[in-house]
Structures are given as structure tokens and as C-alpha cells.
Write a protein that binds this ligand. Sequence first.
Ligand SMILES: [Zn+2]
Length: 320
Amino acid sequence: MNLTKAFKNFFEKRAKYPRFKSYYGKQSAQYPQNCKVVVEGLKVPQVGIIKASIHRLFDGQLKTVTISKTPTGKYYASLLFDTEQEVPELVITGKVIGIDLGIKDFAITNDNEKTSKYSNPRHIKKHELNLARKQAKLARKKKGSKSREKARRLVARVHERISNARIDFLHKLSRKIVNDNQVVVIENLNVKGMVRNRKLAKAISDVGWGMFTNFLDYKLKEKGGLLLEIDRFFPSSKTCSSCLYQMAQMPLEVREWTCPSCGTHHYRDENAAKNVRAEGIRQLSVLGTRTAASGGNVRPKSGRKSVLRQSPIESTSQGS
Ligand SMILES: [Zn+2]
């Protein structure tokens, strides 16, 4: 099924030609039917009962089960449930927040009352030395040897820790923002294009904006909120948020500036967050949704929709 989907995406020009997946990478298998959650763990066709610690379950029908193995040798099962839950109707009464994403500061937010800065934890930086040391060790091992496999796993473990720390940070920050606001406005960044810029690549792929956007999106949907992505060519940095005067250019190194038209002194990122928020509110009103500030109104969302949710299960036994 996945191969068919991959080729379909390729022929319809949505994706590149499917790549072979290395045995040493992430492994996974899907069971579209006949799986069952039992007391001891998970019952899978052909395999039988697999011991597992189940994190949480949802009421509803169990659909596809995906079992995957991480490069460090941990097994996970992702369970997809059809809960037949309705998507909450979108009634905007809560706060609207604008977010400017950056590298030095991960995010600068403005919700009209205050501007907050969330500095970027440099996950890779913290583990850089450790990683380099272990990678050097791996390089010296003979190909195909047992000790090479051991060294490979040690390197994979460092990568896993870095990624876990990053995911933890992104979950906590998105949770905080979603709890305090109903509409989140963010710039639709061309992350792929930016990663291609070599100088910025490492820093950008480390910060995980794409994942952050996904987390915001599903957390908002759950509570009847909205993630609004605005066009990435919107001039959020070079427009004055007080009088809308637009500067001809605004080089990256300019961190603060004074508007020549109204004389307001701006901090680059704060000004961008304010502009992103204002643009979001403007688009909401175009969509026919009004914010509480301008009267508060209802935009009914299209009918019933079932929500599919995933719940992770971690296997109790480790190693292959
Ligand atoms: Zn101005």
C-alpha cells in the first residue's frame, strides 16, 4: 500500500521517485486489520501477543497498527483509532497570537498585550562533542563487525537523545501557546528551501519549525482553535506595525530600527510578530470570522467529521 502510494505521488508529481530504505534506518510494518489490544499488550496477526506497555487508549475502533523499530533498537507501536468524534465548531472568542520564528530566539510571540521571547535550546550544540567522539570511534571499526554494530548503536543513541529533547521542548511550548490562545498566526516558512542554504542548514534543521507547526495545528484542532498560516512573502519584518510604513529593505543583521514615517522604535522580531498577528486578524475577517475584539461572531464549520487519533505504545522489551 505504501509503495503504491509512493508511486502515485511520484507520477502525479507530488514527490520524488521512491527511495530504497536502508536496513539500518528506521524499520516499520503496518497491520491494517486484525490487531487487538489485550491485557498483556498487543495481539498482532502472524506474531501473536507482544508484551507492551500501553500509554493510553481511546474509545473507538482500532484501525491500522504501525510497528516500528528505531535505530537504537526500540520497538514502538502506533495505534490509530476511529473515535467518530466531531471536530469542535469554530467560534472565535479567545485570544489571537502572532508568532515570528527565528534562529537565535526560537519564537517571538505577540498577543496584543505582551511580547514573549522563547530562546532556542541548542540541542545539537550540547551533544556535539559527545557525538563527534562516538562518530569517530564508529569510523574506525571494521565494516560488518560486531563492534561496529555496537558503536553504531551508541551514535544512534546520541541522535535519539537530541531528538527527544527537541520534541519535548516543542511539545511544551506548543501546549503553553495553545492553552493561552485560540488562534495562532504563523508565517508559512519554506523550511525546505531554507535548509538548502548550507550556512543555515544545521541551525534550521535543529530547531524543528515544521514539527512545531504540526504540534500547534493538531493541539489547536482538538480544542476548537485555529492555526492560520500566512504567506511567507508577507513583508512582516520591513513593515512598521504602528503606521504600516514599508521599508525598502531590511537586512537580517538589523535587529532594531526607527520608523522614518512615525518615529516608532522597533525591535525587529517583536515588530514582525505584531505584523503577523495583524495580518492573521485581517485574514480572519476576510474569511467571515470575527474576533471577540470586533464583536465576536460564529462561523459554522462544515458538518460532521470523524477524528483519527494516534496513541503510542512502547514495547517493554528492548533490543532486536
Ligand atoms: Zn511607522
